[in-house]
Design a protein around this ligand. Structure first.
Ligand SMILES: Nc1ncnc2c1ncn2[C@@H]1O[C@H](COP(=O)(O)OP(=O)(O)OP(=O)(O)O)[C@@H](O)[C@H]1O
Length: 485
């Protein structure tokens, strides 16, 4: 074998690949002495290992092989590794694949194992690069190939879902094809939804984006029995919606009150904006949202359904005698799988900068989630969102609501109108006043330390303006800017 590529190497140009090939030729003629790899190296040469050649299962990987595995698996670097015959490239490749399979065990689509030829692909249990890419022979130009891939749901999904791409025998991939693949990757993996939101934020929404938003009026259905969360401008609308959905469920209501502590004179005020509610009513079948990060896949914003309640001790060591019934929730996790969790009360604290706790609330980390207020949704990212723009939204609120969605596939928009989503003119003005750090350096005199020396209260703001752009937000701007993140 002559060469391998692991990782997303789409930024390599044809000339860079040629350059690599030249290097490889000279390297395989005259092997270099073994060198240490620094974590920053992404192009590495596998030199001869000293370990005796035994069965794959019987030997340990050399430190050089292990370093390359770490670069790929832990550091997630784009890595090109190669070396003369018999230096352990295939063994290393198998080890990398096995580590990556473990890493993506819950989401196997994230790893794509490919090779330039059918035989090589077979050897590593993968598919050919052409078949992964869905490009046939790949002779057409890039726009035609992109259209071809977009028509093929499976191929498109592979391009979108893959996080790590392995290409074995990469030296057999023609440089021109490599450049085409790089361009295809950039075109297909480009996040159209992020661009649409950005246009909205800057007040320059294109006709194409308007049309795309209008197409999002279609209803969304999911096979895990969970519904979209509808975002409303007011709390009253949220309560009405959640209460009516809860009433429509039959069965017993489970009521949970919070336990607040802290100075009674101020704690209500301090805890007023807390996500965790003072009390919550639940029923079997209720749609809920987790409001705390539990681990990597169960996060603030995860949606779930109440399955039942069971008797359990509170996790509070002081309340070990508190044998209460707590809800068991079936959550859909960030990786699309399901987890069934017993939810017991959690703590939320309001602290002074010194760490002193002023008030705290103990409550289940759950809220009803058929409906949510824009205010509470701020700062959340949601997999499934419904926004009816026919309702009254304040300037900037519609943008916040729509930008809560992770993707347009999980967003339903009713009664879309361009005028409803445009940013506040003052926000647009604010963004127009900004320019890049690079141009700031080019056009402005570089500040010296004397520019920052305090020269009396009255001169502070003008002194600061010498070297950098300071855009003062008055209260009004600050509010609208906060709404337009
Ligand atoms: N860490 C190791 N310790 C001991 N033996 C090893 C180690 N890595 C590889 N080997 C052995 O070295 C031999 C060559 O390894 P391998 O087939 O991976 O090399 P290669 O670089 O892919 O070679 P080629 O380019 O010829 O296909 C094999 O017998 C393999 O079992």
């Amino acid at each position: 074998m002559t060469s391998k590529t692991v990782g997303l190497l789409w930024d390599a140009t044809q000339s860079a690949v040629k350059e690599q090939r030249k290097k490889l030729k000279s390297q395989s003629k005259k092997p270099e002495p073994e060198t240490d790899l620094s974590p920053g190296d992404t192009h590495t040469n596998v030199n001869g290992h000293t370990a005796t050649k035994t069965k794959a299962s019987a030997f340990t990987l050399s430190s050089e092989q292990q370093q390359i595995i770490d670069l790929v698996v832990k550091d997630q670097r784009s890595v090109f590794f190669t070396g003369p015959a018999g230096t352990g490239k295939s063994v290393l490749m198998r080890a990398i694949i096995s580590e990556l399979k473990k890493k993506w065990a819950r989401d196997p689509e994230r790893l794509s194992v490919t090779a330039s030829t059918g035989l090589a692909a077979c050897n590593i249990g993968g598919q050919t690069l052409h078949s992964f890419a869905g490009i046939g022979l790949g002779k057409e130009d890039v726009p035609t190939l992109v259209k071809k891939i977009r028509r093929n749901a499976k191929a498109k999904n592979r391009w979108l879902r893959t996080k790590t791409l392995i290409i074995d025998e990469v030296s057999m991939v023609d440089g021109e094809l490599f450049d085409k693949l790089s361009l295809i990757a950039r075109t297909i993996r480009n996040n159209e939804f992020a661009d649409m939101l950005n246009e909205m934020r800057l007040g320059r929404i294109s006709d194409h984006s308007i049309q795309t938003f209008k197409e999002l009026a279609r209803p969304l259905t999911f096979d895990d029995g969970l519904d979209v969360t509808e975002l409303f401008p007011t709390r009253q609308e949220v309560e009405r919606s959640n209460e009516s959905r809860l009433r429509s469920l039959s069965g017993e209501t489970y009521h949970y009150d919070c336990v607040d502590s802290g100075d009674a004179n101020i704690r209500d005020k301090l805890l007023a904006n807390m996500m965790a509610p003072k009390s919550i009513d639940l029923k079997k079948g209720a749609q809920v949202m987790l409001i705390k990060n539990m681990d990597d896949t169960l996060v603030n914003g995860s949606l779930g359904k109440l399955e039942k309640k069971i008797k359990a001790f509170s996790r509070d060591p002081e309340n070990m005698k508190d044998l209460r019934e707590y809800p068991v929730i079936r959550f859909t996790t960030t990786d699309g799988t399901h987890r069934v969790i017993l939810c017991t009360p959690e703590d939320w604290k309001v602290e002074l900068p010194t760490g002193e706790v002023q008030a705290s609330r103990k409550q289940l980390p759950l809220i009803l989630a058929w409906a949510l207020s824009i205010h509470k949704a701020q700062g959340q990212t949601l997999e499934r969102v419904k926004v009816d723009l026919g309702k009254v939204f304040e300037k900037g609120q519609a943008y916040v609501a729509l930008s809560r969605a992770v993707s347009k596939n999980g967003l339903q928009v009713l009664r879309f109108e361009k005028s409803k989503v445009m940013a506040h003119p003052r926000v647009v003005q604010f963004y127009n006043k900004l320019y890049s750090a690079e141009s700031a350096i080019k056009t402005k005199k570089t500040p010296t330390i004397s520019d920052f020396v305090h020269q009396g209260a009255a001169s502070v703001s003008t002194t600061r303006r010498k070297g950098m752009t300071v855009v003062d937000l008055d209260e009004d701007d600050a509010t609208t800017a906060a709404y337009s993140r």
